[in-house]
Each structure stands twice: as structure tokens, then as C-alpha cells.
Ligand binder design. Structure first.
Ligand code: FMN
Length: 224
């Protein structure tokens, strides 16, 4: 497998490859700052990290005529490719109107149509940052729904950074020591689970789309 340029491996942990990206498209994003911080924690904990930006995965609004005609746009195809190359993913996303940004849901919708469907049985950790007191946490609950529908193993503990515009130190870390420790603990606990699932798999990985519909054997059931 060809590794992207920005991939490093450290420590003695069993090899674990993690795709991480911020779902914000703007240059001065708080979520991108949080994702950068998560990347350094993951690398220090021994994970191999593939860093990406939402700009690489963004695409036009989903249209089934495009899917069946010209085919999948480059952005969603790239997200599919990068997910397939990793054991797990981390998304730091803004909250828009108490939900996830439309462009993130759009990317998930596109990718959900590509086979193999890459969210199935893949572990995911969700992060958010917002100037608000809730830190964008409602957006993460909305994001869990399509991901879990697609069979992703979404880590129970999500991390939402409240008042994010004031939370970072000049060096890019979290100014509050207690919060910084909790953030690192959250990421390391996630990595422990991914490592166990990657090296000691024990769960059946069949994924059934549209539960309750009679199976016709055409692209609805996928066993890993
Ligand atoms: C369309 C829109 C809707 C927003 N809705 C919310 C919201 O529901 N909750 C919230 O905490 N912040 C909301 N915000 C503020 C964002 O949290 C803030 O702009 C944040 O900096 C965006 O993340 P970013 O810095 O990573 O781009 C909204 C911003 C926009 C542009």
C-alpha cells in the first residue's frame, strides 16, 4: 500500500492506521486546530496517522443520476480510498444549527454508495469545537446516526471543546491542564480499542442496508 506523505509511525503499539480530518472548510477553523492537536496525541501514542482536509473530500450535492451516469465525484472517491486504507477514523466537526454541516453529510451519503462500504466495522472517534458553551456536541449526536447506520463502531466517549476560541494556548495545546489530560485520555482509550479490534477481531462484520426489507441479494448485504 502506498502511504500518503504525511504518515509517521512511533512507539511500540501494534500497528494502527488512523485517518483524521477536520470537517470545516474554512482556513482559520477551530476544528482544524483541534484535529491538529489530536493528530499529535495519536502520533505520540504510536498510531500511524493519515492527515486529510475536508477540501479533499468535498463534492457536489448527491445526485443518483450522476452516480449512475458520470459516476462518483473525485472528493467522495478520495474519502472512500483513504478510509479503506485505515483501521479507524477521527472527525473533528463544526456544529451547524444543532446538527452536522451539510457538506459532511453529503460526503457520507456519496461514500455510502461506494462498495465496499467503508464505514462498516470501522472504528470512529468524533470531536467538535465551537465558541458555544456546548462545544458543538449536538452536531456529534447527529453525526453518530448515519455513521452507526452504516455499521461504524463509533466510540462512546466524544470530545466537545466549549468556548474553543479561548481554549487553545499559543503553542496549540489546550490551555486548561485538566481538559488537556482528558482529551489525551479519550484519544488513547480510543486507540486501545482500535488496536484490540485490529489485532484481535472477534465480531461478525456483516452489514445490512435498509433493515427490514426482504433481501434480494443485490448489493444490500455485505459480509467483510
Ligand atoms: C451556518 C452556521 C450555523 C451554526 N450553528 C451553530 C450551532 O448550532 N451551534 C454552535 O455551537 N455553533 C454554531 N455555529 C458557530 C460555529 O460553531 C462556529 O462558526 C465555529 O467556529 C465553526 O467551526 P470552525 O471554526 O471549525 O469552522 C454556526 C455557524 C454557522 C456558519
Amino acid at each position: 500500500m502506498t502511504q500518503p506523505a504525511d504518515v509517521r509511525t512511533m512507539g511500540n503499539r501494534g500497528a494502527v492506521r488512523v485517518l483524521i480530518f477536520s470537517a470545516s472548510l474554512r482556513a482559520d477553523s477551530l476544528n482544524s486546530r483541534l484535529a491538529h492537536l489530536a493528530r499529535s496525541v495519536l502520533q505520540a501514542a504510536g498510531a500511524t496517522v493519515d492527515w486529510a482536509t475536508m477540501n479533499e473530500f468535498d463534492g457536489p450535492s448527491y445526485n443518483q443520476d450522476v452516480e449512475t451516469g458520470p459516476g462518483f465525484p473525485p472528493g467522495p472517491r478520495e474519502l472512500h480510498r483513504r478510509l479503506e486504507a485505515c483501521d479507524a477514523f477521527v472527525i473533528a466537526t463544526p456544529e451547524y444549527n444543532a446538527s452536522m454541516p451539510g457538506h459532511l453529510k453529503n460526503a457520507i451519503d456519496w461514500v455510502s454508495r461506494i462498495r465496499p462500504q467503508p464505514f462498516n466495522a470501522r472504528h470512529g472517534l468524533l470531536l467538535s469545537a465551537s465558541p458555544s458553551m456546548a462545544g458543538g456536541n449536538r452536531g456529534l449526536w447527529s453525526l453518530r446516526i448515519p455513521l452507526e447506520h452504516l455499521g461504524a463502531r463509533v466510540f462512546p466517549d466524544m470530545f466537545s471543546l466549549a468556548q474553543a476560541h479561548k481554549a487553545f494556548s499559543d503553542g496549540g495545546g489546550l490551555a486548561d491542564g485538566q481538559l488537556a489530560a482528558r482529551f489525551e485520555e479519550n484519544l488513547r482509550a480510543f486507540l486501545d480499542l482500535v488496536e484490540a479490534a485490529t489485532h484481535y477481531p472477534c465480531m461478525k462484520k456483516a452489514w445490512v442496508e435498509f433493515l427490514g426489507e426482504p433481501g434480494d441479494g443485490v448489493g444490500r448485504v455485505q459480509a467483510a
